[in-house]
Design a protein around this ligand. Structure first.
Ligand code: AR6
Length: 179
């Protein structure tokens, strides 16, 4: 685990399951364009939230790469789910900009709703094939760039499923701290 405080706001990287972040107001889904269940994060979030999540999301679909939309969290232990469609690496171009758009749009949406804490998975780093180190760098750089101008968001947590993911994100966060 790695944690830094930047002007009173916390950014942290932990190993865990995005569906078990009980102390976080909004969790982010690495969604598909149709906002339906799927594999990975989307499968875990929809099965923990229950079928009413897909029902609520249906009118907002389809979404485009880089876009973020918000719904209730239903049976998840959170208040909201923010659904982001990450880029398919090497297909949705420019992938780096579209991945940055996901993090920025999700945080700005959370802030516009007065949300104080947001947990992200490693968007696009699973089925969508984004290389881990690049995904970690883009995620941390974007969040740390956006956070100072947000009014309500005070805590951003990255929840990493695997050990290699947790290490890559934590390393990236520590490198920010050292600057
Ligand atoms: N909690 C936290 N992280 C997780 C979890 C979990 N429960 N499960 C997987 N991960 P992915 P993408 C990690 O594939 O690349 C879906 O099928 C995983 O190890 O969920 O944006 C959708 O329907 C990886 O590091 O998201 C879309 O079609 C990261 O979360 C497509 O996959 C993201 O993996 C989206 O692909």
């Amino acid at each position: 685990m790695a944690q830094v405080e930047l002007n009173g706001k916390i950014v942290e990287c932990v190993r865990g399951d995005i569906t078990r972040q009980n102390d976080i107001e909004a969790v982010v889904n690495a969604a598909n364009a149709q906002l339906m269940s799927g594999g990975g994060v989307a499968g875990a979030i929809h099965s923990a939230a229950g079928p009413r999540l897909a029902e609520e999301c249906q009118p907002m679909a389809p979404i485009k790469p880089g876009e973020a939309v918000i719904s209730g969290a239903h049976n998840l232990p959170n208040q909201y789910v923010i659904h982001c469609l990450g880029p398919v690496y090497g297909v949705d171009e420019p992938s780096d900009q579209l991945l940055a758009d996901c993090y920025r749009n999700a945080l700005e949406l959370a802030d516009s709703m007065g949300i104080e804490s947001v947990a992200f998975p490693a968007i696009s780093a699973g089925a969508f094939g984004y290389p881990l180190e690049g995904a970690a760098e883009m995620a941390l750089d974007t969040v740390i760039g956006v956070l100072p101008r947000l009014e309500s968001v005070r805590r951003v947590r990255f929840v990493l499923f695997g050990e290699a993911d947790e290490q890559a994100f934590s390393r990236q966060l520590r490198s920010v701290e050292e600057e």
